[in-house]
Design a protein around this ligand. Structure first.
Ligand code: CAA
Length: 379
């Protein structure tokens, strides 16, 4: 598989790196403390084309491939994983899902705004009792007088507070199990739709994560995505691509922590020499570099397969599993290399270690990725 980056890929990498270092880095610690993302930064991300990278130009997107997207995700997440997840959910779950499965009218009405970043989207699958066990949807959407009536609660929704457009998964025909589930486009501000508790999280604190509540929300029939009963397949298919985005986010967190550790190890002296002269540190740096490179190859492979129109379910799960485990391991070692400085907020690696943890949990835990890989192996 050819991983040589084209000029376009390199230009995307440069643009994302410049934005990350010049614009995201300065306030990253403050945003983490405040648990708030800066709307001006979000606007700039939209202007630079990071919010709808893979969307066709006819709907206002960048028309780029998945490889370009993961390259940008890595650079942005190296510096600010909160920006990474905001971008990942909007690009892979919401925009890609709408472009792939939405009607022309849905694309005109919603995708164009989401792709430009003028509004952001949320993907609402998880519930208090439906995390890994995603078929167990308690949110219902029953048909009534030409509408669907949506009732229920969604939990841990990324962009839950700041999004304007939500893709909501709900059970329409309980007797059909997962084949009775549908996906709907639901707008904030519709009667009965309320934003609940904002979570006080361990990591990715600058991105907002909320409970969303639906009480008798009237959803027009034309806002259903795909045929009746397509919702679970929609969610799973969209998540296959989403996992490539989160794998790239995890890769970025690991690579960012590694770069800081490499630099610090050459500056910090113990026993009369830079700590990079100590074999104990060299071994850590070497292992970090190998794992990061292996993670990058898995992420690029999954992206390439998706771009080539080949099956990428297993590759995406492998990339997500390995990159997120790597992010957790590398950031823990990065804190260790930084010693006491690593344990305080000023040095970024503390934040990165907290940010890494969620990559092993959302868009399918590491355990779910192993399940997905095993199912593909045993097919
Ligand atoms: N791709 C496409 N289709 C899939 C699929 C996949 N990866 N996995 C399952 N399906 C399909 C199956 O083919 C089956 O369809 P048919 O009946 O038509 O054949 C249907 O889905 C049901 O599949 P299973 O019978 O295998 O269902 P299951 O209950 O045994 O297991 C699961 C499904 C793989 C465990 C699934 O529930 C799962 O992936 N769980 C994790 C959910 C998840 O990732 N949640 C993330 C929340 S979103 C988020 O985190 C976003 C954010 O804000 C950052």
């Amino acid at each position: 598989m050819d991983f040589n980056l084209s000029e376009e890929h390199l230009a995307v990498q440069d643009a994302a790196r410049d934005f990350a270092w010049n614009e995201l880095l300065p306030g990253a610690i403050e945003r983490d403390n405040a648990q708030k993302f800066d709307p001006d930064l979000l606007r700039k991300m939209g202007e630079l084309g990071f919010m709808g990278m893979m969307v066709s130009p006819e709907y206002g997107g960048g028309g780029m491939d998945t490889l370009a997207y993961v390259i940008a995700m890595e650079e942005i997440s190296k510096v600010d994983a909160s920006a990474g997840v905001i971008m990942s959910v909007n690009n892979s779950l919401v925009c890609w899902g709408l472009e792939e499965y939405g009607t022309e009218a849905q694309k005109q009405q919603y995708l164009t705004r989401l792709a430009s970043g003028s509004v952001i989207g949320a993907f609402c699958l998880s519930e208090p009792e439906a995390g890994s066990d995603a078929t167990s949807q308690h949110t219902t959407a029953f048909e009534l007088d030409g509408h669907y009536l949506l009732n229920g609660t969604k939990n841990w929704i990324t962009n839950g507070g700041t999004s304007a457009i939500c893709l909501v998964i709900a059970q329409t025909h309980p007797e059909l199990g997962h084949k009775g589930i549908n996906a709907f486009i639901v707008e904030k501000g519709w009667e009965g739709f309320s934003v609940g508790k904002k979570e006080d999280k361990m990591g990715i604190r600058a991105s907002d994560t909320n409970t969303l509540m639906f009480g008798e929300v009237k959803v027009p029939k034309e806002n259903r995505i795909g045929d009746d009963g397509f919702g679970f397949k929609f969610a799973m298919t969209v998540l296959n691509g989403g996992r490539i985005g989160i794998a790239a986010q995890a890769l970025g967190i690991a690579a960012g922590a590694f770069e800081l550790s490499l630099k610090y190890s050459k500056e910090r002296k113990t026993f009369g020499k830079p700590i990079s002269d100590h074999q104990a540190i060299q071994f850590k740096l070497s292992e970090m570099a190998v794992k990061i490179e292996a993670a990058r190859m898995l992420v690029y492979k999954a992206a390439r397969l998706k771009d080539e129109g080949k099956d990428y379910i297993q590759a995406a799960a492998m990339a997500k599993l390995y990159a997120s485990e790597t992010a957790m391991w590398v950031t823990t070692e990065a804190v260790q290399i930084h010693g006491g400085y690593g344990y305080v907020k000023e040095y970024h690696v503390e934040r990165m270690m907290r940010d890494a943890k969620i990559t092993q949990i959302y868009e399918g835990t590491s355990e779910i990725q192993k399940l997905v890989i095993a199912r593909e192996l045993l097919k």
